[in-house]
Design a protein around this ligand. Sequence first.
Ligand code: NAD
Length: 252
Amino acid sequence: DRLRLDGRVAYVTGAGQGIGRAFAHALGEAGAKVVVVDLDGKKAERVAQELTLKGIQSMALTADVSQPQSVQGMVDAIVAKWGTIHIGCNNAGINMNSASEDTTLDEWDQTFGVNLRGTFICCQAAGRVMLKQGYGKIINTASMASLIVPHPQKQLAYNTSKAGVVKLTQTLGTEWIDRGVRVNCISPGIVDTPLIHSEELGPLVQRWLSDIPAGRLAQVTDLQAAVVYLASDASDYMTGHNLVIEGGQSLW
Ligand code: NAD
């Protein structure tokens, strides 16, 4: 079964809740050992325990993806425990809501620091391990906002950073494939996670619903098979791809 991940070592960043948590469960159910990584170590622990209860081999790590030493510590800890890394899901991301004319450089830097710089740092650190063994699957979490500008337009830094994630994925995906490392990304539409139930975004959900041909928000379960597919040998001919899962929203 080319979709099975038995014997593979995977990590997922931002796996303490939301999409990353769902990715961690999906990869584990497909047979991988899973490292649950989050800035919030308690959340990471909780998700690792959920996996253990299902009989999935897992461990929790605290790391800040925007800090190279922190990410190197994550990679070293995984290699120390399980010898290598086969699958890296660079999913941690943050979203700030402010009109472009009011967006501070601090907000810009923080958003880019996690979403784009963090994705680069993780791709590079895990990629070095993967290139050495001539095998690896990297799956970055971009966003539908890399393609369209979802209403309302108060996401300049976020949208721009996610467009950067797509280009980073395309560039690494073509640069590394002849050494066995595939790099792809998933672009979810609006997913029902804690991120969108923030004070600023929560009231907009009704408006968004009318923008989605599928007539509902995405659930994290709508994304789980995609990450397993991109982590598996079944997708070996895909690299640099942006897999958009948005109920048709980017087409309207
Ligand atoms: P979420 O806010 O529910 O969870 C994100 C997790 O990442 C949290 O547990 C948080 O502690 C962790 N995190 C934040 N900064 C971190 C850092 N510097 N280092 C390590 N971990 C960090 O978010 P989510 O909705 O699950 O989103 C996950 C990813 O999917 C993000 O990249 C987000 O931009 C993207 N995305 C989300 C949606 C959506 O509608 N929810 C849509 C498209 C893309």
